[in-house]
Design a protein around this ligand. Structure first.
Ligand SMILES: CNC(=O)c1cccc(C)c1Nc1nc(N2CCN(c3ccccc3Cl)CC2)nc(N2CSC[C@H]2C(=O)NC)n1
Length: 184
């Protein structure tokens, strides 16, 4: 199972590389990686397992965060009442359209690869359309908004070597355009 010491931390050059596109059929070793990344997210969201193995909770994990510079990211976004809003492993994801409307998490963003707390709004698009391939190579297009959209932008950033704090206003971290939507 993936544990915190398997997660690359800020400063590791792999987090600043553009990840390689994957070809299909996927090498079986990458299928295993996808399973392990999703398993990490599930474990990290289970208080008992997270405590037992000292896992930081996450709703997204990108392959560069476990040292693999490949275009693969898993997202597991819970909805209300133990529902699941989004559970998917995105291969070669591309944001094909995005809203002018800006949104940000009201509490800022955290990242499993960034140990320090970096306060500030991370301006992102409130709505996005993502085109990606599933693990069996099927092309899919999904439209996302609000929290799931923020999470996918954060994970797709990882595949381009971007970290969330790159987007924070350096002069005034709590500065964001007036009509930005703050997601609580
Ligand atoms: C600095 N302030 C903050 O971090 C921050 C502070 C407060 C609120 C938010 C909302 C913040 N922000 C933030 N909180 C999260 N979690 C909330 C808790 N949750 C979770 C925790 C326990 C069980 C199950 C679950 Cl589900 C896991 C996910 N996740 C992200 N991000 C940024 S996009 C990728 C995603 C990620 O997975 N990061 C590791 N940001």
């Amino acid at each position: 199972m993936i544990k915190m010491n398997d997660i690359t931390r800020d400063g590791n050059p792999v987090l600043r590389k553009r990840a390689e596109k994957l070809t299909f059929p996927l090498d079986p070793k990458y299928l295993k990686v996808a399973d392990e990344m999703m398993e990490y997210l599930k474990n990290s969201q289970d208080p008992a397992i997270a405590e037992k193995y000292h896992l930081r909770a996450g709703v997204g994990l990108a392959a560069p965060q476990i040292g693999l510079s490949i275009q693969m990211a898993s997202v597991l976004v819970p909805g209300p009442d133990n529902t699941i809003d989004l559970e998917e492993t995105l291969v070669n994801p591309v944001i094909v359209s995005q809203s002018v409307q800006i949104a940000a998490l009201e509490e800022g963003e955290g990242c499993l690869s960034v140990d320090k707390d970096v306060p500030g709004y991370v301006p992102r698009h409130d709505r996005i359309t993502v085109r990606y391939q599933t693990l069996d190579g099927e092309e899919k297009t999904i439209k996302l908004r609000d929290y799931p959209a923020i999470v996918c932008q954060h994970e797709i950033d990882h595949l381009k070597g971007t970290l969330f704090y790159d987007h924070i206003n350096k002069e005034n971290p709590l500065d964001i355009e007036d009509n930005a939507i703050l997601i609580g």
